[in-house]
Design a protein around this ligand. Structure first.
Ligand code: ZN
Length: 469
């Protein structure tokens, strides 16, 4: 029997009575005096959660394995303690039981290329980045909106690749403290870019190996989890909207990239690079851990990435940002994630119909994705700043010839592996954070079923009651 999201929520609430713990707030849960407290207060203050048992009708664990039926997941505080056949896993006495026996349970989705504050409201790439010149208060308001949409689309981790004023580090803390709902945020700190490079004007300033090292140290001191080097694509400014440049040409020299990667690794954190075409070689040879975008791939570059075990994060939907001006619909009209996904699909289909050149570029790119997979390159996906659209990125992989299960793996376990967070998230395995979603349907058979998100848990905390409006 299938339960709707609404009856599911009711069932969970009835079973739980008190909201689950704010387990993202590491060690920040205050002791709550329950005895004598008014019932209303007790019901609204999160109580310390002991153990939750999730009954999964089907489980896709994110490792690439096919779905298994009739599984039980034991969640203790913020982590998964055990996973296995219902017959083999004992449910501890007193555990809260979440019955998802009519659903497909899977790891929360990992967005491996995310910006929190920006979105293409204003047409053209330049306009999108100019959003980062607005006051930080406005940026934080957008962040609150954007991460909520991400969470409701089933995304429970976002790997950020460039913000301004350390806003992502602040947002990460706000989510951890339970001030606003959102996915787990892996912050990158501020953009690293060169004069006449790519990114917000304020940060197109870092030149030379020592400035690279200084910038890396500053970001690290402020709390960046990893950093992104913005290697290709020039600023589109000046009377000619940017000087002409060869596609894939690097804005940075080899010694600048080498210095930054060396400094990041000295600090024990990972480097990712916004790189397309030939610059991918420069980045991979400098030792970056992953590539973002990875456009204009040829056979040689694919072989290089495969041989160094460096994956790339494809960002498809941002490619139609110039025709996408729909954020008012998200803010004021879309009732739920299904509405938002449908709007995105419509705009996309119309863009392809109206522009044969765009449709051809898409086919070329789908060929590169398919070939990369054949050659053993790890292909991941990210929304860039198309918040809530990880499913559209997965549908794009399916269009390229990936099976729905491969697309789901790309968005979960593989994405986590590409950006080096696989010990924490991306799979439903003992020891990982309890970042778990449930789908009404069978997304491994029909990828579009992923739009029917019926349950969302981040770090053991049930977030299913959130709504768009
Ligand atoms: Zn980006």
């Amino acid at each position: 029997m299938r339960t709707t999201a609404m009856t599911l929520r009711t069932a969970v609430l009835a079973a739980a009575f008190v909201p689950s713990a704010p387990s993202l707030a590491h060690g920040a849960v205050p002791a709550i005096a329950v005895a004598g407290a008014p019932a209303m207060v007790a019901a609204h203050i999160p109580a310390a959660q002991e153990v939750t048992a999730i009954r999964a009708g089907r489980l896709i664990d994110g490792t690439g394995q096919a779905a298994r039926e009739d599984q039980v997941i034991i969640v203790r505080d913020e982590r998964i303690e055990a996973v296995g056949d219902a017959a083999a896993v004992a449910i501890p006495a007193g555990a809260r039981v979440v019955d998802l026996s009519g659903h497909t349970v899977m790891p929360g989705i990992v967005d491996a290329h995310a910006h929190l504050s920006i979105r293409p409201d204003i047409r053209t790439l330049r306009g999108q980045l100019e959003g980062m010149e607005q006051h930080d208060a406005m940026q934080m308001a957008r962040i609150v909106r954007n991460i909520r949409v991400q969470l409701m689309s089933g995304v429970t981790s976002v790997y950020v690749v460039g913000e301004v004023h350390y806003n992502d580090i602040q947002a990460s803390q706000a989510v951890e403290e339970g001030i606003v709902p959102g996915p787990r945020i892996y912050p990158s700190g501020n953009f690293i870019s060169t004069t006449a490079g790519h990114g917000p004007a304020e940060y197109r300033t870092t030149n030379g190996p020592w400035e690279m090292r200084t910038f890396v140290r500053q970001n690290y001191e402020m709390g960046a989890h990893h950093m992104k080097l913005t290697i290709t694509d020039r600023a589109r400014v000046g009377p000619n909207n940017g000087t002409p440049y060869a596609p894939g040409e690097s804005n940075y020299t080899k010694e600048e990239i080498d210095a930054a990667v060396n400094e990041l690794h000295r600090l024990g954190i990972e480097a990712t690079a916004h790189a397309n075409g030939e610059s991918i070689r420069l980045a991979v040879e400098a030792g970056v851990n992953s590539i973002q975008h990875g456009g204009n791939l040829n056979e040689e570059l694919m072989d290089l990435m495969a041989s160094r075990d460096v994956g790339f994060v494809n960002t498809y939907t941002i490619g139609y940002q110039s025709v996408f001006n729909e954020w008012g619909f998200l803010d004021n009209e879309a009732g739920d994630i299904r509405d938002w996904l449908e709007r995105g699909r419509q705009v996309h289909e119309q863009a392809l119909e109206e522009n044969p050149g765009r449709a051809q570029r898409r086919l070329d790119r789908l060929g590169q994705l398919r070939r990369s997979k054949e050659k053993g390159v790890k292909v991941g996906i990210g929304t860039d700043s198309m918040h809530g659209y990880m499913l559209l990125e997965m549908e794009n992989l399916v269009a390229a010839g990936f099976t729905p299960l491969e697309a789901i793996t790309a968005a979960t376990g593989l994405n986590a592996e590409i950006v080096g967070i696989e010990d924490e998230v991306g799979t439903v395995e003992a020891g990982r954070f309890a970042d778990i979603i449930a789908i009404d349907g069978r997304p491994d058979e029909n990828i579009r079923d992923l739009g029917n998100v019926a349950f969302i848990m981040v770090g053991g905390r049930d977030q299913s009651a959130l709504s768009f409006r």
